[in-house]
Ligand binder design. Structure first.
Ligand SMILES: Nc1ncnc2c1ncn2[C@@H]1O[C@H](COP(=O)(O)OP(=O)(O)OP(=O)(O)O)[C@@H](O)[C@H]1O
Ligand SMILES: [Mg+2]
Length: 339
């Protein structure tokens, strides 16, 4: 069996909340609270969830832009916290990020040529002439033109700027790209162009993607597998087909019910969740979703449900599916075809 390119285990990030003039620590924002998943070479893992559930924090820890509070990250068979300086440099080349807002992430005072050349200079790759050649080549690869190298970011449209952001991420020949809501800021008409480009690049370069998004609609076509996050945890992790055909977690069912159905003959009842997302500084006891769950049982208020595989390739963290509580009548409400 193929080995995962990335292995994340029990990853946590607690941000201290400070109060008063002395800056005493008053508590913690549990932004990521025990997340585990594998990403296999060449696949796309979608990570989905509402604002504030810890998607970007997870991505930033994998990038080593943030130090995890706890947990392990293994990339290409190596534990990241144990890497020496040389291995760390190589890893920084191998893992790149594409951001939501390409305008904020591109230096407005640099030409596109300089922006694209920079990662090569940082990593000591190629001489000046080779770097310029590679810049021209990659502008073409992402659907822009050589002459764009002399222009500045503000001279481009949003979609073109994201193409520049993607080209920049590709310059160091990475293996893994973490795309944090790469199309959320773009017009719907432009979104699919950028998604198609990303898929073409994935095939061409054999890239592996972690694709972060707010809603299940955007990640549907690009993801091989999808992880659904809620309040710092993964509540469901599955291959895409199974997730969209048979969402198990009540939260996934609610998210999916909000995605427009392309087939007009097929109606899906929209599930509107009661209440707001609780604060990650003060998460609910037991299952983090119990305060909003239409199928809440007593056990949900006290015990955290573990992420368990219910069928091959489909895992869910929900007491409706755990051994002891599986006999509950509610279960039949959430089987296939219920929404
Ligand atoms: N540096 C920080 N210090 C304190 N709290 C933080 C910090 N960064 C993020 N958080 C908090 O951690 C939680 C998770 O944030 P994160 O940005 O990972 O969410 P997200 O899922 O990416 O949300 P969005 O969809 O809005 O981008 C939020 O409550 C956020 O306010
Ligand atoms: Mg985010």
């Amino acid at each position: 069996m193929t080995k995962p390119l990335l292995k994340v285990e029990g990853l946590k990030k607690y941000f201290p909340v400070k109060k008063g003039a002395l800056g005493r620590i008053k508590g913690h924002v549990k932004a990521v609270d025990g997340v585990s998943f594998d990403v296999y070479p060449g696949e796309t893992l979608g990570i989905v969830g509402e604002s504030g559930c810890g998607k970007s924090t997870t991505g930033r820890m994998i990038m080593r832009l943030l130090e995890p509070t706890d947990g392990r990250i293994e990339f290409d068979g190596k534990e990241l916290t144990a890497l020496g300086a040389e291995d760390m440099r190589k890893m920084r080349r191998d893992v790149q990020m594409v951001f939501q807002d390409p305008f904020a992430s591109l230096n407005p005072r640099h030409t596109v040529g300089k922006i694209l050349e920079e990662p090569l200079i940082v990593h000591g790759m190629k001489n000046a002439a080779e770097r310029k050649k590679k810049v021209r080549e990659f502008l073409e690869i992402v659907g822009l033109s050589e002459y764009h190298a002399a222009r500045y970011p503000h001279q481009f449209s949003g979609g073109q700027r994201q193409r520049i952001g993607i080209a920049r991420a590709l310059m160091t020949n990475p293996k893994l790209i973490i795309a944090d809501e790469p199309v959320s800021a773009l017009d719907v008409s432009i979104q699919s162009q950028v998604l198609n480009l990303m898929q073409d690049l994935q095939r061409y370069f054999g890239l592996t993607y972690i694709f972060i998004a707010h809603d299940l609609g955007v990640v549907r076509h690009i993801s091989d597998r999808v992880g659904v996050m809620y309040l710092g945890r993964i509540v469901e992790l599955s291959d895409s087909e199974s997730l969209y055909a048979k969402p198990l977690h009540p939260y996934t069912q609610a998210l999916l019910s909000a995605v427009p159905v392309p087939d007009p003959g097929f109606e899906r009842e929209q599930i509107v969740l009661e209440g707001d997302i609780p604060s990650p500084a003060n998460p609910p006891s037991g299952c983090p979703f119990h305060t909003r769950c239409p199928f809440r049982m007593d056990v949900c208020m006290t015990d955290v449900p573990p992420l368990q595989e219910t069928e091959p390739g489909h895992s869910v963290a929900c007491h409706l599916y755990t051994e002891e509580t599986a006999g509950n009548d509610n279960k039949k409400l959430v089987t296939e075809g219920s929404i």
